[in-house]
Ligand binder design. Structure first.
Ligand code: ADP
Ligand code: GN1
Ligand code: MG
Length: 374
């Protein structure tokens, strides 16, 4: 995607119906995909109002129009449920702001796609779990999110990234990146490549159960890392699930697993010191309990039994995606230093190895949580 200048950003901002005059715009958040800015406006009454401006990554999301249609449908659906439950739809879900001519996004002359969201004030966005309770709360919220969308007409959702969590297909992409070895980087990652290749047989476990009709397809978020949820700064409760770009039909394991890989780790996703990285079983337990509570009995016995596999496969899959991107020259995930994607892949594989060692304990925790709720 092309570089952004102030003029390009300001032209985009001018297309949206925003209240007051722009005081400041600054890059915001730690997402790996979109370009996100915080806009500060002075309102006619002298107050301040904030918005989130995002340039959607159209190299990754090939059809931004379909992506925004999904977002509008899902958020309008959620707004109604939130309002009916006496909640605040302006804070408990995302709210896309319309352009002056009523559209939900703007495409500029340089083929950049823009959207504006209401900024949700007085919230915390966590990059790492600070307490077991936060993680438990996030689990209830992600479980609830899935349950709230259980009657959403799934056939109306576009697949914004085909095969997003199809691990066998991700494995083929990874192998192709190893074979291409475009930049001669494979020699820097021999151990990691071998680790990934050795686990090919695991990749199809969940997709096979889906094909055989043994696991149900649901509407899932598909990108449930902790920084895709906002906590209320006053109550410290999980408030709003954000980053709805990948809401699509999927398995509950995708949401469960992606949260575990990010939140149950004892270190950051890009930690260089691997001795700091482990999958914390007490965090695993807190999340499992919260997720089952949030799903409120909607998961089948086999779905629950396979949750540890969701954790392992989502972690493995993210690892091979980071590693493939390292080999391809860092064209997908934003990086902030040399070898960043390799560092990220290493933490994921360390977690996978740790989960393999703790496999029996993970299964026992899932069983215990299920029994507690029965
Ligand atoms: P990416 O796809 O790049 O991860 P996100 O949509 O997750 O982009 O946004 C990046 C970050 O911006 C989030 O992690 C969060 O900190 C912040 N953010 C996004 N939307 C909002 C919002 N409506 N209100 C407040 N903060 C937000
Ligand atoms: C990306 O958009 P963001 O930063 O929340 C990625 C996820 C990865 C995650 C790894 C659309 O999430 O799939 O798990 O990075 N999103 C997309 O941190 O590819
Ligand atoms: Mg995000």
């Amino acid at each position: 995607m092309n570089n952004l200048t102030d003029a390009i950003i300001e032209n985009a901002i001018a297309q949206f119906a925003l209240e007051g005059s722009l005081k400041e715009k600054q890059p915001y958040g730690n997402g790996h995909i979109n370009d996100t800015f915080l806009l500060t406006y002075e309102t006619p009454s002298g107050g301040e109002k904030h918005y989130i401006l995002q340039r959607m990554n159209h190299n990754i999301f090939k059809n931004p129009q379909q992506l925004m249609e999904n977002m509008v449908h899902v958020t309008e659906y959620l707004r109604k449920i939130i309002a009916a439950n006496g909640g605040d739809p302006d804070r408990e879900t995302l709210n896309p702001v319309r352009t002056a001519d009523g559209g939900c996004y703007y495409e500029d002359d340089s083929h950049n796609f823009w959207r504006v969201l209401l900024f949700i004030e007085n919230t915390l966005c966590l990059e790492q779990v600070e307490s077991k309770k936060d993680f438990y709360d996030s689990a209830v919220a992600f479980g609830n999110f899935q349950r709230l969308l259980s009657d959403f007409p799934a056939h109306t959702l576009y697949e914004t990234i085909p095969n997003f969590h199809n691990t066998p297909s991700r494995f083929l992409d990874f192998k192709a990146a190893v074979d291409r070895d475009k930049l001669g980087r494979a020699k820097l990652a021999e151990k990691e490549i071998a680790f990934a290749l050795e686990r090919e047989k695991d990749t199809a476990v969940l997709t096979n159960l889906l094909k055989e009709g043994k696991l149900p397809l649901r509407v899932t978020h598909n990108d449930t890392k902790l920084n895709n949820i906002l906590f209320d700064a006053a109550t410290k409760k999980a408030l709003c699930i954000i980053d709805l770009d990948t809401v699509m039909p999927g398995l509950s394991h995708y949401d469960f697993g992606d949260s575990i890989r990010f939140g149950a780790s004892t270190g950051a996703e890009d930690e260089k010191d691997l001795s700091k990285i482990e999958m914390d079983l007490s965090l695993f337990e807190a999340f499992t309990m919260g997720y089952l509570e949030g799903c409120a009995g909607s998961l089948t016995d086999l779905e629950i039994e396979m949750l540890p596999m969701g954790a392992k496969l989502m972690t493995y899959e993210c690892g091979i995606r980071f590693l493939a991107d390292f080999l391809d020259g860092d064209v997908y995930f934003k990086i902030h230093r040399d070898g960043h994607n390799l560092d990220r892949a290493r933490t994921q594989f360390k977690l996978v190895a740790d989960m393999e060692e703790k496999w029996g304990e993970m299964a026992a925790i899932v069983k215990k949580c299920k029994e507690k709720l029965n």
